[in-house]
Design a protein around this ligand. Structure first.
Ligand SMILES: *[C@@H]1O[C@H](CO)[C@@H](O)[C@H](O)[C@H]1NC(C)=O
Ligand SMILES: *[C@@H]1O[C@H](CO)[C@@H](O)[C@H](O)[C@H]1NC(C)=O
Length: 254
């Protein structure tokens, strides 16, 4: 009789080790994704998600930069099921790579590594920019030169005190790669002050540069000249499936 009991208890363990039966290794049903937070956020909590099946049900641990987080030591990190909740995230202590570990007696599964990062953009330096001097009909490039940042930027330019952005047309182009403004051939109405306006959506912040004056050289009008490609797209562009891609191309010329 006692032998029979032992067999009943041992049998599931043996079959589990053979890979089937009611016991099963942890398998993730949800893995953490990369998160970018604004640096100046007052967000009270951020959650990195993790869930796994398995029998017996797995227990969860997390690593930041390869080091196990100690949930007993502070209330900064909290385990919510398999999820990791970080209260009042701060860039100096919470930036890094996070990994979820799900363990049961049959083994440990390691999740993908998710990055927690903070987006920001500094102010432009306020020093004034020297004037750019061109002949009528000549092509010109005004440099934006965005300040130090982390996160994707988008660019626009304003002209004089006009609150509206400079509209792109067949003569004017704003690169979303560099922020530079291209004017294929300058007309007298283009003379004035240009200001680059940079937005970091992830940081929820926009900054404006110092104005660059565009002035007209008095020594006559530029004759016709052949197109010269100034903005070209790279040889290779990485894209995720179903996303949109913009290849930039713009030429100066008259
Ligand atoms: C984790 O590693 C990243 C990248 O090396 C580093 O920038 C960050 O400061 C590290 N985080 C901590 C808390 O040490
Ligand atoms: C451009 O800016 C300079 C310096 O701020 C100013 O003196 C000048 O009047 C401006 N030009 C135009 C067309 O607004």
């Amino acid at each position: 009789m006692r032998l029979l009991w032992k067999l009943v208890i041992l049998l599931p363990l043996i079959t589990a080790c053979a890979g089937d039966g009611p016991f099963s290794r942890p398998v993730f049903t949800q893995e953490p994704q990369d998160v970018t937070l604004p640096l100046a956020s007052s967000q009270s909590e951020v959650t990195l998600r993790c869930a796994a099946n398995g029998y017996p049900p797995p227990h969860f641990r997390w690593r930041q930069n390869g080091t196990d987080l100690d949930f007993s030591m502070s209330s900064h990190h909290r385990l919510d099921g398999g999820n990791l909740a970080i209260s009042s995230p701060r860039w100096d202590q919470d930036t890094g790579t996070y990994q979820c570990l799900a363990t049961n007696p049959l083994g440990t599964a390691l999740s993908r590594k998710a990055k927690l990062q903070f987006a920001y953009i500094e102010d432009f330096e306020t020093k004034t920019r020297s004037a750019v001097s061109v002949r009528e009909g000549q092509g010109v490039v005004l440099l934006c030169g965005p300040p130090p940042h982390f996160g994707d930027l988008s660019y626009a330019w304003t002209f004089n005190d006009n609150p509206l952005h400079v509209q792109e047309d067949n003569r004017r182009f704003v690169s979303q790669e560099t922020g530079n403004l291209y004017i294929a051939k300058v007309e007298p109405s283009d003379v004035g002050n240009y200001t680059c306006f940079v937005t970091n959506r992830e940081a929820r912040r926009s900054v404006r540069g110092p104005p660059t004056p565009l002035v007209q050289r008095p020594d006559g009008v530029m004759g016709e000249y052949e197109p010269k490609i100034e903005v070209r797209f790279p040889d290779t562009v990485q894209a995720t499936k179903d996303s949109s891609v913009k290849l930039e191309c713009f030429a100066l010329g008259k």
